[in-house]
Design a protein around this ligand. Sequence first.
Ligand code: PLP
Length: 355
Amino acid sequence: MSRFLSSEASRLNPYTPGEQPQDQLYIKLNTNESPFPPSPKVLEAVSQEEIGKLYLYSDPACTVLNAAVAKRYHLQSENVLTGNGSDEILAFAFRAFCGEGRDVAYADITYGFYTAQSALFGLKETIIPLREDFSLNVEDYLEFPGTVVIANPNAPTGMTAPLPGIRRLLERDPNRVVIIDEAYVDFGGESCVPLLKEYENLLVVQTMSKSRSLAGGRVGFALGSAELIADLNRVKYSFNPYNINRLSLLAGAAAIEDEDYFQACCKAVQETRSWTVKALKTLGFTVLPSCANFVFAKSDRLSGETLYRRLKDRGILVRWFGRERIRDYLRITIGSQKQMEALIEAAAALLKEGN
Ligand SMILES: Cc1ncc(COP(=O)(O)O)c(C=O)c1O
């Protein structure tokens, strides 16, 4: 820390992203990217001609992208805000809907960025532990008076919170905003988007980083009532009005319009996930039930840390959190079938080697 750092910044709790090696030496199963390239329509949209227009600012209203997202979800553009990845949207939402007199609650085992955001905005957070089996029980949130954030499916567990429970949460206190982070919903979760028509206190956040193969494009979106979206825009225009660059605006619109490609990618990931779960269980791993593009698994023969390090030595990167409750688990992204076969082969060899 320099001597110039503000006391506010010294209290931050920055998020640690998964390793992003800049060479291609690893089989990279650590940050839940898609194993597939973006849709061919994305490649067409990001043309030389469009690159030549980079001297001009991007559209701050994200008109074309918002309209494409709205159309895909049978909503109006006023119900959509797009952002520089869903991390940015979450930051806008934390700023907009939490603060003095409005604390925030989320699970103990969930997306680490929520804690970073709470610290950034000086929020009072309430951490509500998942149940013993890592399930999220909505009962535990019903009486919480502030904003609730739920990743559904959750990360890093991949487990889902059933919709009837979320409905109860929305109904119990209509003056409380419930933010449902659906980063992984396209891989088999049940989306809350259909509930938007009924509840004006619901904000759904999604990303194009996973199911639409645009992690490097940084495009996420929020869906909600026109009023909630206007609140998010208030924060956006106080922070970064041109939040999405020209190329990502085009890439995002093309990706969301290519429904066939999206469906095919999601199906392939789900099939490879089933194969991987079966293969891990055959090796004796405990695998949590996942509806995401990753699995959360542990072996009772080698510790999470040992497995993580030895897989890395063999050129396979997975995510190990080294935190209480989940120290022995690895979060393994579902890559291509070939990558998963390499993972299983390496895991089998490591278990055979033993300690
Ligand atoms: C639960 C969850 N929400 C949001 C994000 C952020 O995704 P992005 O900023 O790439 O849209 C992630 C990223 O891994 C995530 O795991």
